[in-house]
Design a protein around this ligand. Structure first.
Ligand SMILES: Nc1ncnc2c1ncn2[C@@H]1O[C@H](COP(=O)(O)OP(=O)(O)OP(=O)(O)O)[C@@H](O)[C@H]1O
Ligand SMILES: [Mg+2]
Length: 627
């Protein structure tokens, strides 16, 4: 048997497998919601590999049989040795130990062990291949699926939750699938085989084992149930503690700013103490199990030895058989404990697989129409026709919005926070599907365009700047495949990013870390602007693109953008009204509706919401010089 099989495994609420430990007996197992259904779905993944799996089964059975017969064979050698020895003491003439026979047996045993190792190796080799293949399929499936899921799926879940399904759950499946399948077969075969061997050697001795076994199972269960209680508490406390730590570290600055350290420490201490108490109890109680089982085991051992000894003296059983029997009885409890463990492991596997399947079952975005590319390069006439939309059915955030945009126009969208400005852009890009109405691009319903094609027409600089881990060069070049060095630098210069990039020690090779904490908010915006400039798309969307840069840089960028925006349809969302006065059309949004529209001058003359907003921004702000 291979090493892994000798170790019970911890399965603690899906928290992964720990090292071999007694705690395997007292585990918290996550139960799948629909065991049967998910099991069958998982089995469907196994189906294409059936030949290999059958071979694994056979290998497992063969391997177990070797394990089962070897004590018996070993016993034969002992008997022979003992017989020769007896004859010698009785001084029977010509008596000698039959070493040839014994050497034969040793040779057979060596052969058996080699075969066993070989089969165990083969079995593992094949199963690893099969399970890795399945996990590979699952990973591929889930990654493809995540791309087809609508953004609303991600809105409703934390990154951690989604990540956990892609990584942890699939990991659990991969870790346990192989183990559970082979262990299960091995355990069952060993158990049956050992039982048969014991019965054939001596029904009387078997009786001793069969009587003490239920006793040890009973004791284990009673103790296990006790410690289960504490393990459950330990898990929940651990969750609280982790949550607390995470909160305190992600909100590190806030904690410091509000002098919350002491309170936070006190709370941590309290949780830590509770965890200590429960953890201690859980461990201690479960730690009793093994010694208890050993004690009961030893008791039966004593009986077996006494009864066996008497039988040998009476000549009803050979000494080798007693030796073999003791061997068997020692191995007997192990597969039982194992089977119990495997049942748990299988449950966790199914539960994890179920969570992966749940992702597979999520409703997808409507597939792209297979219509051919309808536009090669759009003119940029955009029409919003009575659009209604809500992220959730209960809350409509865009109400009957109609906008007509002619090619080359610059459209400004203004309005208070939460009015629905960004949402309009989300709809235009088809990040979300509208509830009713129609959006057209050059007269074509955007619904009839491929999403990828549609999005390729737009260059966006968004409210939350999106940078990825990589060098500044890579981040800028993201907008255009095969951008040359000159183009990248040119774009950075136009976006006024070149200057700050050159002040960085590594310049364009500076690696932006995952959280992009090593450059300022404004600098991030400059990089995304450079990216859009480099991509030079037919339609531009600027959502608060310059909200984080100083006013001087803002004006400089605006001038650069004016050049870029020339002849292109552009949407500009801004809170600082000074930046959008030159727009061809200003849309004033409020609570999901367009309440005013017109040019800057017209809107001021209307003396409505826009005029109020404008005037309020410029009271006492005379130092902002605008053209
Ligand atoms: N992903 C989302 N899921 C659910 N509701 C959302 C989502 N994004 C925005 N909302 C809601 O939709 C409404 C409009 O939000 P939107 O982001 O369009 O506002 P905005 O005008 O861009 O505001 P701001 O000026 O602050 O950027 C808000 O009430 C907001 O709570
Ligand atoms: Mg917004």
């Amino acid at each position: 048997m291979n090493k892994k099989e000798d170790r019970p495994t911890i399965q603690m609420g899906g928290f992964g497998r720990g090292p071999g430990s007694r705690r395997g007996l007292t585990t918290l197992v996550e139960k799948p919601k629909d065991f049967k259904g998910s099991l069958w779905r998982l089995i469907a993944y196994l189906k294409p590999h059936w030949v290999k799996i059958i071979f694994t089964f056979l290998a497992a059975i063969t391997g177990s049989i070797f394990v089962i017969i070897s004590p018996k064979v070993m016993g034969l050698a002992t008997t022979k040795l003992f017989e020769g020895y007896l004859l010698k003491i009785r001084q029977v003439p010509g008596a000698a130990i039959d070493f040839d026979y014994i050497f034969n047996i040793i040779a057979i045993l060596i052969g058996l062990y080699i075969f066993n190792a070989l089969f165990a190796y083969l079995q593992n080799y094949i199963m690893v291949g099969v399970t890795q293949q399945i996990v590979y399929e699952l990973r591929k499936g889930i990654s493809a699926k995540l791309i087809r899921l609508p953004l609303s799926y991600f809105d409703g879940r934390t990154h951690g939750e989604i990540m956990s399904r892609v990584t942890n759950d699939i990991d659990t499946v991969s870790n346990t699938l192989q183990q559970s399948i082979t262990q299960f077969i091995t355990a069952v075969v060993t158990l049956t085989g050992t039982m048969i061997m014991m019965l054939t050697i001596s029904p009387l001795l078997s009786l001793v084992i069969f009587i003490t076994l239920p006793l040890s199972i009973l004791v284990t269960r009673i103790v296990a149930r006790q410690s289960q209680k504490y393990f459950a508490r330990q898990q929940s406390l651990l969750g609280h503690l982790n949550g607390h730590v995470e909160e305190m570290y992600t909100g590190h600055k806030i904690v410091k700013a509000f002098n919350y350290e002491k309170k936070s420490m006190a709370q941590f201490d309290k949780l830590n103490e509770q965890l200590f108490e429960t953890g201690w109890k859980a461990q201690f109680i479960s730690g009793i199990i093994m010694p208890l089982m050993m004690a009961i085991g030893n008791l039966s051992y004593v009986f077996v030895v006494i009864l066996g000894g008497i039988s040998v003296a009476r000549g009803t059983i050979t000494i080798g058989d007693v030796q073999a029997f003791i061997n068997y009885s020692r191995h007997f409890t192990q597969p039982i404990v194992q089977t119990a463990n495997i049942a748990n492991i299988i449950q966790s596997t199914i539960a994890a697989a179920e969570r992966v399947f749940e992702v597979f079952d999520e409703p997808e975005m409507a597939p792209d129409n297979d219509t051919l590319t309808l536009i090669s390069k759009p003119e940029g006439n955009i029409n919003f026709d009575h659009i209604n939309f809500g992220y959730t059915p209960e809350k409509i955030v865009i109400k009957d919005v109609s906008i007509e945009v002619e090619k080359g126009q610059t459209i400004a969208i203004v309005g208070p926070t939460g009015a629905g400005k960004t949402t309009l852009i989300n709809l235009l890009m088809r990040f979300y599907e509208i509830n009713s109405g129609k959006i057209t691009l050059d007269g074509i319903n955007i619904h009839d365009l491929k999403r990828a094609e549609l999005r390729s027409f737009f260059g966006m600089v968004l409210q939350d700047t999106w940078l990825f881990k990589g060098t500044i060069r890579e981040n800028i070049a993201y907008g255009k495949e095969k951008a040359t060095e000159e183009e990248i630098i040119e774009a950075a210069k136009m976006a006024y990013a070149d200057h700050f990039i050159n002040t960085l020690p590594a310049g364009y090779e500076t690696v932006i870390d995952e959280e992009a904490t090593n450059i300022s908010q404004g600098q991030k915006q400059l990089l995304t602007i450079a990216r859009a400039i480099l991509a030079n798309p037919p339609i531009l969307i600027l959502d608060e693109a310059t909200s984080n840069v100083d006013t001087r840089t803002e004006i400089l960028i605006q001038n650069a953008m004016l050049g870029l925006m020339e002849g292109k349809t552009s949407f500009v969302i801004a809170h600082r009204l000074s930046t959008i006065q030159g727009a061809d059309l200003i849309l004033v949004m409020r609570k999901g509706e367009i309440i005013e529209k017109g040019s800057h001058k017209e809107l001021l003359e209307q003396k409505g919401f826009y005029a109020d907003l404008y005037n309020s921004q410029f009271v006492g702000l005379n130092f902002v010089k605008t053209a």
